[in-house]
Design a protein. Structure first.
Length: 83
């Protein structure tokens, strides 16, 4: 039987950003450390190309990237890239 994860009332993000409607590239910045998080979150950050705290990568936006960003949305910030 799968575990269900429920945020503790005083832990975790108070709110999360709405889904991105972006065409083109996005800048992804890691703002929190992966230390203390699950191996899946650490592997997702590695797959995004983020190796350490405050690292920045620019990736082409796609539905698969959106799924990865959703998994680690509390550890990163995402901004659209102009041009």
């Amino acid at each position: 039987m799968p575990r269900t994860f429920v945020w503790h009332p005083s832990r975790g993000p108070q709110h999360t950003a709405a889904a991105l409607d972006v065409t083109g590239s996005v800048e992804i910045r890691q703002v929190r450390s992966a230390i203390g998080h699950s191996w899946r979150m650490r592997r997702t950050l590695e797959a995004l190309g983020l190796r350490h705290h405050q690292d920045v990568v620019v990736r082409e936006f796609s539905p698969s990237l959106a799924g990865q960003l959703k998994q680690v949305r509390h550890l990163i910030t995402v901004t659209p890239v102009k041009g």
